[in-house]
Write a new protein. Structure first.
Lengths: 113, 113
């Protein structure tokens, strides 16, 4: 079963608006990451937040992590058409010896110019 | 897409044929991974390798095989035993000490008819 589940599955906003995507997971983790995937391309690592961190920023990205609720959110501020992509959360750590990285099904973001 | 190349971008095969997908990286990363991506789903781990001449099965290894004879190369063979091979295949690499930050190739879309 998948560890991470993003919400919503799809999101459409106007350029300049903020976009918020959520990720929920089931078991304890060492860290959580967000990746972006443009259509038909590979994934690009955006940001990693560790289990002892609550918030992290990178440019227009803001990620929060609430381990008590087993959830994370990715906020993209002042969105641009170029932000149109699928966004995946990936969790790592827990009981497995490998610290497997498990990807959620993704949120498809469309930013309308 | 960093320093990881996958070829070809599109691949078409007849059912019953084995096919090998190429993955090469020049990032000097020790660890390499193969994922499969199906529509509406996250990435699922097929095989991974943390060092040359060693590799481990991921979650969906049945019907696939890999080799890791060189640090730079991690080819994936999709055998005729794989029941549903049509998918988008992604190769990734990482430094062992920061294995969560994975660098992805552009992917190969395999269609088997």
């Amino acid at each position: 079963s998948q560890q991470g589940e993003e919400d919503p599955q799809a999101l459409s906003i106007q350029e300049g608006e903020n976009a918020t995507m959520n990720c929920s997971y089931k078991t304890s983790i060492n860290n959580l990451q967000w990746y972006r995937q443009n259509s038909g391309r590979g994934l690009v690592h955006l940001i990693l937040i560790r289990s002892n961190e609550r918030e992290k920023h990178s440019g227009r990205l803001r990620v929060t992590l609430d381990t008590s609720k087993k959830s994370s959110s990715l906020l993209i501020t002042a969105s641009r058409a170029a932000d149109t992509a699928s966004y995946f959360c990936a969790t790592a750590g827990g009981a497995t010896s490998y610290d497997k990285v498990i990807f959620g099904p993704g949120t498809s973001l469309s930013v309308i110019p | 897409d960093g320093g990881i190349t996958q070829s070809p971008k599109y691949l078409f095969r007849k059912e019953g044929q084995n096919v090998t997908l190429s993955c090469e990286q020049n990032l000097n990363h020790d660890a390499m991974y193969w994922y499969r991506q199906d529509p509406g789903q996250g990435l699922r781990l097929i095989y991974y390798s943390q060092i040359v001449n060693d590799f481990q099965k991921g979650d969906i290894a049945e019907g696939y095989s890999v080799s890791r004879e060189k640090k730079e190369s991690f080819p994936l063979t999709v055998t005729s035993a794989q029941k549903n091979p049509t998918a988008f295949y992604l190769c990734a690499s990482s430094m062992v000490q920061s294995k969560y930050e994975q660098y992805f190739g552009p992917g190969t879309r395999l269609t088997v008819t």
